[in-house]
Design a protein around this ligand. Structure first.
Ligand code: SF4
Ligand code: SF4
Length: 306
């Protein structure tokens, strides 16, 4: 039997996802034009992989032959603990306090794919968790999960923006959601609060200035112009989401046990400076912090200390 929206919604809820939305697998012409303009301005900084596979980002049928729909899933990671600023410590973005979300989401997606295939043997799919040539935020917005905030994260009216997104391209057809209105209104809290003025215009972040990029994906030295502007961040940055009224009103505690922790909320700068590669692997093998490698984390710690 052909899958229905209810089949998918029941299964994803049982697996612990918080939000689900369905989109028709149409070309994303406007979003691709916006992406191309953003790339032209070099706002992707060192993330050169973003220049590749534009045809796939525009049209998911270049990823999955016969694609009919895109399913967007959200998994809330909010845990109610607050950063403390103290000498000798560096702050870690909320999403990295617990287990690496890729592991958590992939386990759920594997189960989901198997269960949907059992319900409909014709179900074919290709799934992504933020890697891959796919505009996951654009699909989440198109499906009605949330709208794109001026800080360029997706915001849900029921959950705020503290969630991970997974995306499934499939050959099955569904009833599709509608885009929400933009509920940012006149608010500019994220733009005003950004420590490095990285939100250069509404909905546009220049990665060259963004602490998240500079402390994680960036492989080079951190430019001296940002000295004393880092607000104590050693891995990522939450400022634009921390100040967002939608998070202050609607953030809900994650149901996922792997995210119900503040274990890595701050890192000790001296410990990082003295850490060996094997200690780093042991400590962060299953943490998103592993993404920056020991070299990157040491660079960030030195940048905060100097
Ligand atoms: S993550 Fe931090 S640096 Fe980047 S845009 Fe948001 S507030 Fe600015
Ligand atoms: S802080 Fe205000 S402007 Fe920024 S994303 Fe949230 S609601 Fe929108």
């Amino acid at each position: 039997m052909a899958l229905t929206n209810n089949d998918v919604m029941n299964t994803v809820r049982r697996l612990g996802f918080d939000l689900v939305g369905f989109s028709k697998a149409e070309k994303l012409e406007k979003q691709t034009n916006d992406l191309t303009a953003w790339l032209k301005k070099n706002y992707h900084a060192g993330m050169k992989y973003m220049e590749r596979n534009i045809d796939k980002r525009n049209d998911v049928s270049n990823i999955l032959d016969g694609a009919k729909s895109v399913i967007s899933l959200a998994l809330n990671y909010y845990y109610p603990s607050q950063h403390s600023i103290s000498d000798g410590k560096g702050k870690v973005s909320r999403y990295a306090w617990g287990k690496d979300y890729h592991f958590v989401l992939w386990d759920k997606l594997d189960l989901l794919e198997k269960e949907l295939k059992q319900l409909d043997p014709n179900f074919e799919c290709k799934s992504y968790v933020d890697t891959g040539p796919l505009m996951d935020k654009a699909w989440a917005v198109k499906s009605g999960i949330g709208w794109l905030g001026k800080h360029s994260n997706v915001i849900s009216r029921t959950h705020g923006s503290w969630f991970f997104i997974a995306t499934i391209i499939t050959n099955c057809e569904f009833e599709y959601g509608a885009e929400l209105d933009d509920f940012c209104g006149d608010c500019t809290a994220c733009i005003d609060a950004c420590p490095t003025e990285a939100i250069v215009e509404d909905y546009v972040v220049d990665s060259n200035k963004c602490i998240s990029y500079l402390t994680i994906e960036n492989k080079d030295e951190i430019p001296v112009e940002f000295k004393s502007k880092f607000d104590g961040w050693i891995f990522g940055c939450d400022v634009c989401q921390d100040v967002c009224p939608w998070n202050n009103k609607f953030a809900l505690i994650s149901n996922e046990t792997e995210f119900r922790t503040d274990r890595n909320r701050e890192l000790d700068l001296n410990s990082i400076a003295e850490m060996t590669n094997s200690q780093f692997k042991e400590e962060f093998r299953f943490s998103p912090i592993n993404r920056a490698k020991l070299k990157g984390i040491k660079r960030n710690a030195e940048f905060l200390e100097k």
